[in-house]
Design a protein around this ligand. Structure first.
Ligand code: SDX
Length: 431
């Protein structure tokens, strides 16, 4: 990329500063401020990084005004309808769609890394049965660094690849076992004759006492949910993984940090919060009450599943998810699911309400995913773990890209200091 063909001029007092202006292949131009402090003695100020590019990347591109999401250039709606999750994993990691041999090899590798070290079973038993599955995932994934020492050296490309495969392969087992533990059922081991999505559903819902056959519609819906959550540029949890990794921490510790960040209700925890909100609304008649609360500046209540930092038109993933919701509920014969009725009525009212239109608050990926997952039989506490098992490939892809970046250095933001200037210590007898 010819980064330096244009420049921006910054004037501070009587001084003018020419700053390089980088031209991307898509999206806004970027002002390179890396030398600003050394040349002008000033910082830039951007809490929440709403206008800051923390890196360059070739993995995912979002156009928030058009509602466009591309993974390595391929639109999300095409991937959701024509691809499957492990192929999208290979695309995100390697930057191109795999040919038949490459895909067969990748699937074979992932399939044969799904089991956990048997000693790790003890970690699950150390938790209370009512522990949130995300707490278990943070703990168990972080603990993987104590079991897989042969893939913790981030400077060894082969070890980075092995760690990537282990994380993608074992996340469904960890998530499924967290669920089984919470309901007091025995762990179901992964099966190599099932594909990725079917294997996860089987580990969640099978019991040793009888055969469990995964419904192909549910398998397809799960595979689509995994595709839709796989990666999303420099969102909060991905930025957490990048920042943790910038210190040289091992991949398992970095992914555990990403899981912890995703847990928040403003981020990946929104799907659980959204369904709990729909249950709290309880009936379409109460929707106006909650719409008014969401608009009330003095009320911290927000409509979970609405709004997005980047999408200011619509979240393309929500459109695909809505179609899946209809298919799954139709299959399960619960197309008149009361929660789906409330969700559809809430969406219709919010999209016409002046407040939401002006603030460009549209349903996001979390709005419909919770309804599908509940219809499939998952408790709300499993929604974010499923988001995490999907997003693991996105975190891994961004992590590998960052380590391979020659500009990679430890992340260390500065601040606008508004505290006390220097003052002398006062002995307690004078306070
Ligand atoms: C994900 O970054 C990603 O890509 C994330 C994600 C991914 O794939 O990784 O897409 C996944 O996290 C999706 C978002 C899930 N979160 C929710 O559904 C929680 C509800 N949404 C809000 O918390 C909020 O919309 C955010 C956090 C998603 C975005 O917040 P922003 O961009 O920082 O916007 P903001 O908080 O500054 O809000 C702008 C205005 C505010 O009003 P004013 O101060 O300007 O008067 O819009 C209002 C907010 O009060 N607002 C809402 C609202 N979201 C924003 N009002 C009511 N309900 C909401 N949901």
């Amino acid at each position: 990329m010819d980064k330096n063909k244009k420049s921006a001029r910054l004037t501070i007092g009587d001084e003018n500063y020419e700053l390089p202006l980088f031209t991307p292949t898509a999206g806004p131009e970027v002002i390179d401020i890396r030398k600003l402090y050394s040349r002008a003695g000033v910082f830039t100020y951007d809490p929440g990084f709403t206008s800051t590019a923390a890196c360059d990347s070739t993995i995912t591109f979002i156009d928030g005004s058009k509602g466009e999401l591309l993974h390595r250039g391929y639109p999300i709606d095409q991937l959701a309808s024509k691809s499957h999750f492990l192929e999208v994993c290979s695309l995100l990691i390697d930057g191109k769609l795999p040919n038949h041999e490459e895909l067969k090899a990748f699937k074979g590798t992932i399939t044969r890394h799904t089991m956990l070290h048997e000693q790790m079973v003890n970690f699950f038993r150390g938790f209370r049965r009512d522990a949130h599955p995300m707490a278990i995932m943070v703990g168990v994934v972080g603990a993987m660094s104590a079991f897989y020492h042969d893939s913790t050296d981030i400077n060894d490309e082969r070890q980075r690849e092995i760690a990537s495969h282990r994380l993608i392969a074992k996340m469904p087992t960890i998530a499924a076992w967290a669920y089984k533990y919470s309901i007091g059922q025995p762990f179901i081991y992964p099966r190599n004759d099932l594909d990725y999505a079917a294997n996860f559903i089987h580990m969640c819902f099978a019991v040793p006492a009888e055969e469990y056959v995964v419904d192909p519609i549910l398998r397809r819906a799960m595979d689509r949910i995994l595709i839709l959550h796989a990666d999303h540029e420099q969102n909060a949890s991905t930025s957490t993984v990048r920042l943790a990794s910038s210190s040289g921490a091992n991949p398992f510790a970095c992914i555990a940090a990403g899981i912890a960040c995703l847990w928040g209700p403003a981020h990946g925890g929104a799907n659980q919060a959204c369904l709990e909100m729909l249950k709290h609304i309880g009936h379409v008649e109460r929707i106006p009450e909650f719409i008014n609360r969401a608009k009330d500046k003095n009320d911290p209540f927000r409509l979970m599943g609405f709004g997005h930092r980047v999408y200011k038109n619509f979240d393309p993933r929500a459109l695909v998810m809505k179609q899946s919701a209809d298919e799954v509920l139709d299959l399960l014969g619960i197309e008149d699911n009361p929660l789906l009725q409330i969700a559809k009525e809430l969406e219709s009212i919010a999209l016409q309400d002046d407040y939401f239109v002006k603030k460009k608050l549209f349903p996001n990926v979390d709005f419909y995913s919770g309804i599908i997952l509940e219809a499939m039989g998952f408790p709300t506490s499993m929604f974010t773990p499923i988001f995490a098992l999907s997003r693991t490939v996105g975190w891994i892809s961004q992590w590998k890209e960052m380590i391979a970046d020659p500009q990679n250095k430890i992340g260390r933001p500065r601040q606008l200091y508004l505290g006390e200037t220097e003052r002398d210590y006062v002995d307690i007898k004078y306070r």
